[in-house]
Design a protein around this ligand. Sequence first.
Ligand SMILES: Nc1ncnc2c1ncn2[C@@H]1O[C@H](COP(=O)(O)OP(=O)(O)OP(=O)(O)O)[C@@H](O)[C@H]1O
Ligand SMILES: [Mg+2]
Length: 513
Amino acid sequence: MMVKTFGSAVYGVEAITISVEVNVMPGKFYYIVGLPDNAVKESIQRVESAIKTNEYFMPRTKLVVNLAPADIKKSGSAFDLAIAIGTLGATEQLHHPERLADYIIMGELNLDGTIQPIKGALPIAITARKEGFKGLILPKQNSREAGMVNNLNVYGVSHMNEVIEFFRDENSLQPIIVDTRDEFFNAQSDFDIDFSDVKGQKNIKRALEIAAAGGHNAILIGPPGAGKTMLAKRLPTILPPLSLQEALETTKIHSVAGKLPENATLISKRPFRSPHHTISDVALVGGGGIPQPGEISLAHNGVLFLDELPEFKRTVLEVMRQPMEERRVSISRAKVAVDFPTSFMLIASMNPCPCGFYNHPEKECTCPPGGVQKYLNKVSGPLLDRIDLHVEVTPVAFSELSSQENGEDSSSIRTRVIRAREIQAERYKDHPGIYSNAQISSKMLKEICVIDIVSQNLLKAAMNKLNLSARAYDRILKVSRTIADLSQSAAIKPEHIAEAIQYRSLDREGWAG
Ligand SMILES: Nc1ncnc2c1ncn2[C@@H]1O[C@H](COP(=O)(O)OP(=O)(O)OP(=O)(O)O)[C@@H](O)[C@H]1O
Ligand SMILES: [Mg+2]
């Protein structure tokens, strides 16, 4: 007898329904057809073991499993459960096999019939609902993630026998009910770190507030132990909370990558990703036979922190440039091309030089002549070009570190950031895809960042005095627009320009000169 049930294959952040047909007929051997990879081909071994261990039988005749459409590559072990249940249906060991076609069934089998979690449960559930399936049966560990999708019955199971029983008696399993909304909104402002943990460093906090307000990339430059990592980690606490839409996008990516914790639902906080500098380009931007998202996509709608930027391989940083610009990355392989979103804020950190003490107020830099410039040159120029704010971090004095006084907390800073973002949302409402000052093109810059003659003269004088390079000019204008937005000023004023000029350390000819 032939039966049909359904599984799902994940490409990029979308899932495509795959029909799983199982037939038994005269002949010998078991076959899986329809472009399966090795893990799918091995599936039959796990299925056979699970079926026999639970005292059902495998056919002694020919068994054919067809995964369709055949032109889509199927990968991994997540089709095991559908194949096993289909096999039981085809060999008349399952009640109501006609109900099989109403469900998508996903899960990896252990040899004893227990079930392992899968990747991509959220996109699978979204597709299942869109296509009007009656239900989705999947591993218990993924059921809350899939259960976020409304109007779809999601059943979490931990053993093959529960699925067999479900086809005998529909009431043996209850669909999971997840109320994500409350959970989501409650968790949004619940951080275990805060800017008030950082003593002193008022000017650095101010710079990060500007970065957050305008969506600007920033680099923190300073000696070891100055607090760069500590400061960067706290950036998500002052960014505007994720919208439901953003949360869904980010959660989908983490779901596909298999990075959601067990029983997770919507990600409620902006991600903060800090890959180590030994990371490969595939791990950073994404890739693989069946393309998987990389760190730049896992950081989507959040922060990518590249600690010790000059230690990263230049080639690795180069591949990041285009996705940074386009806010998505396209990965093509022989059979497939998939897109992952990559809209993130880049925060980098670096020591100013190999010894770490160049420009230090008290300590002497011991690097050889030219050493500082050589160190900076390790960072790709075009990447530096995409960083609006250069922030020099010096360690706080002991007296400040030991003081009891707490700095401003994250939620007060966040309130100002949100206000500045609202001004930008209004300004860019007719420019689809643009939400913040950091994103505007140099053409738009000319219309949006108009400055009066006093500011122009100030900027000209500063450019000459500090020997700023031409690329600094646009950056200063953009950043001054954000500073004006933070002080709710419609016009960019000289004081806004003056503050923005301070954030171009690395462009100064004096730097490393
Ligand atoms: N302003 C500060 N307030 C409170 N603690 C601080 C401050 N600055 C530094 N610290 C303490 O010093 C530790 C080291 O800081 P952190 O690791 O952030 O430095 P870093 O600049 O990243 O150094 P490295 O270059 O070695 O990575 C922090 O974990 C924190 O405990
Ligand atoms: Mg550090």
